[in-house]
Design a protein around this ligand. Structure first.
Ligand code: C2E
Ligand code: CA
Ligand code: CA
Length: 379
């Protein structure tokens, strides 16, 4: 069916072929993006119309990745077959997969992104060995009395050759290729090492939160590894808060409920990160027994200035209290935001207003220099 549709749609001096499996290629004449998109949409619809039989409602959805070969030599691409196919495939990979975005055009940013990705993947293992991943800590304060509550561990990548990388640049790559489980374990271990260091120096314990990506829920050895690490450093698991994102939690509620119960049994605390950024927040809340709910940063910054937004935040905080979970507001940048959250009896605050994430080894010193934020606001 697809072959027939494509063959029907190619005009004189145009070509189509099947590459492999469900992948096809077309070489079409180009006038403008709009004209080409309209043409591809038509082809898409014809492919979509296919029915296996009259009583089976099976439709074929197809996506398009497009690479434009410019005739006047303005383009910086070599129009050899492999280059063009690779470009089209890169564009295809960037397709979101919903009906609105089923056609994507290649541009050089895609190429740079792919190159960057390859570089990250080539370097990640040696980076782990060379301890290039560094734990930063950002303090969380109790909003009632301004006392330090805990810290969140945030990873930074310090390559030997200089420029520090932020998580947004490499975490998405690690999440896709699975390396994230290694990194998350490493960060948990760094948190434990830090806690042990503080204990050995006689400092009061400050709980540390570590971020945990989705994959661990499917890794049977995960719980054992966690236990081994806290045992090795002789850390009370209740000093470790595992931050899990809501999207993680939504996929497989039953399994996750079970993992959370076991983690609780071992003494760990669980935090629901980025709450409000997903779609079935209330449902997840109902199902999952978490110790802490972190309101998504975006949620706070874009909604707190409207009455509707305020009503939502206020009620989420109430709801969390009813569920015996602590509420954390992250991304507090202004005194105004802080006062707003205090007025809603939010329990804990985190954000640049108090402190940016700092290297773990200067964390306690930094926090003691900030002092109690509550006093700052009073003066
Ligand atoms: P997140 O867990 O939501 O972490 C909070 C992010 O907000 C951090 O960015 C932090 O630096 C930033 N932030 C804190 N206060 C403010 C503020 O007042 N204003 C603004 N604009 N931003 C603020 P960061 O460190 O770049 O981390 C980004 C994300 O990367 C984290 O989001 C988390 O999802 C992920 N991540 C970081 N470290 C790890 C890790 O070790 N493992 C995993 N799986 N993910 C990590
Ligand atoms: Ca987090
Ligand atoms: Ca967050």
């Amino acid at each position: 069916h697809i072959a027939a549709v494509l063959a029907e749609n190619v005009r004189e001096h145009e070509l189509c072929y099947r590459d492999n499996a469900d992948q096809f290629g077309m070489l079409l004449k180009y006038r403008s993006r709009e004209k080409l998109s309209a043409r591809l949409k038509m082809i898409q619809e014809q492919i979509h119309k296919f029915r296996l039989s009259s009583n089976q409602d099976y439709h074929i959805l197809c996506n398009f990745g497009v690479m434009i070969i410019e005739k006047n030599g303005m383009s910086d691409v070599n129009a050899d077959f492999d280059t063009v196919m690779n470009g089209a495939l890169l564009a295809l990979e960037s397709v979101k997969g919903n009906e609105m975005d089923s056609i994507a055009f290649y541009d050089s940013a895609l190429h740079e992104k792919a190159a960057r990705r390859t570089e990250i993947e080539n370097r990640m293992w040696s980076a782990l060995e060379r301890r290039e991943f560094v734990m930063y800590l950002q303090p969380k304060f109790s909003l009632k009395d301004g006392v330090l509550h805990s810290a969140e561990a945030l990873v930074r990548w310090m390559p030997g050759d200089g420029k520090m990388l932020y998580p947004d640049e490499f975490i998405p790559v690690f999440e896709q290729n699975g390396f994230i489980t290694r990194l998350d374990m490493y960060m948990l271990e760094e948190a434990c090492r830090c806690l042990a260091g503080w204990r050995d120096k006689g400092y009061a314990a400050v709980p540390v939160a570590v971020n945990q990506s989705r994959i661990f829920f499917y890794d049977a050895k995960y719980l054992n590894k966690l236990e081994q690490i806290v045992r090795h450093y002789e850390i009370d698991p209740s000093l470790i808060l595992l931050e899990v994102t809501e999207t993680v939690a939504m996929n497989n509620l039953e399994q996750i409920k079970d993992v959370i119960a076991r983690l609780h049994g071992m003494g760990f605390k669980i935090s629901m990160d980025d709450f409000g950024s997903g779609y079935s927040s209330l449902n997840t809340l109902r199902e999952l027994d978490v110790d802490e709910i972190k309101l998504d940063r975006e949620f706070l910054s874009t909604q707190s200035d409207t009455t509707r937004g305020e009503a939502i935040i206020r009620n989420v905080i109430h709801l969390a209290k009813d569920l015996c979970a602590a509420t954390v507001a992250e991304g507090i940048e202004t005194k105004q935001q802080l006062e707003f959250l205090k007025s809603l009896s939010c329990d804990i605050g985190q954000g640049y207003y108090f402190s940016k994430p700092v290297p773990a080894d200067i964390f306690l010193q930094t926090v003691s220099e900030i002092g109690s934020p509550q006093h700052d606001t009073a003066t």
